[in-house]
Design a protein around this ligand. Structure first.
Ligand SMILES: [Mg+2]
Length: 227
């Protein structure tokens, strides 16, 4: 029985938003925030906002390694235990993020998620490690992208679950994923209303507990500790 769970990264596995931290470090927050808001309000297409923000930030390769480490340092409580328990119970665990793949890979490796289970947007660098663009073909740099990836990864799965804090995570429902909204870092009312289920405990072990059946729960209790 194929069971697949997809975790968002920013504000789900980690308490930070990587793009915001990059903008702060680059001193361009005042220009980046209006682009994010315009995309959220539908005044600017997500793909255009994505390109414009990265053009302002222009992160280099070493900066991304730093963000990856910051993702680890700010990981959400229970992330390691929840992912290890789900994998032991036979779930395929993937990270699906609109963030930057080079940074997301760092926390994914820390959490025991293999590189080929990490789906995010690759940046390109020149020979000096300077920013040279992003993978414009990635569905994750466009609106609707999480549904595309969820459909691919969920093919033939008996259970397909998406766990995330944001509106884009709700898109996975279009691919018949069961969406668990995660409000343990940021509570978004629209996600709480629209997700099939909502967890606002700031600990991902609670998400893992929700995913297992009654016959498995003694094993999970052992793996996760008491609720
Ligand atoms: Mg998120």
């Amino acid at each position: 029985m194929k069971r697949v769970v997809l975790f968002d990264c920013d504000s789900t596995l980690s308490t930070i938003e990587g793009i915001d931290v990059l903008a702060e470090q680059a001193g361009v927050v005042d220009q980046v925030v209006p682009l994010t808001n315009a995309a959220m309000d539908g005044r600017l297409r997500l793909e255009e906002a994505y390109a414009a923000r990265l053009d302002l930030i222009r992160p280099d390769a070493s900066t991304l390694a730093g963000i990856g480490q910051l993702y680890i340092d700010t990981r959400v409580a229970g992330a390691v235990e929840a992912i290890a328990a789900l994998q032991r119970l036979g779930w395929q665990v993937h990270v699906v993020s609109g963030g930057i793949r080079q940074a997301v890979l760092v926390i994914a490796r820390f959490l025991g998620v293999p590189d080929d289970h990490v789906h995010a947007v690759d940046l390109r660098f020149d020979a000096h490690g300077h920013y040279a663009g992003f993978d414009t073909a990635s569905p994750l740099a466009r609106s609707g992208g999480k549904a595309v990836i969820a459909r691919l990864l969920g093919a033939g799965a008996e259970r397909l679950v998406m766990v995330g804090d944001g509106i884009t995570d709700l898109e996975a429902a279009e691919a018949s994923a069961h969406v668990i909204g995660f409000g343990g870092v940021v509570r978004r009312d629209i996600v709480a209303r629209r997700a099939a289920e909502y967890v606002d405990t700031p600990d991902l072990r609670e998400v893992a507990r929700r995913l297992v059946g009654p016959d498995e729960s003694p094993r999970v209790a052992d793996l996760l500790g008491p609720a």
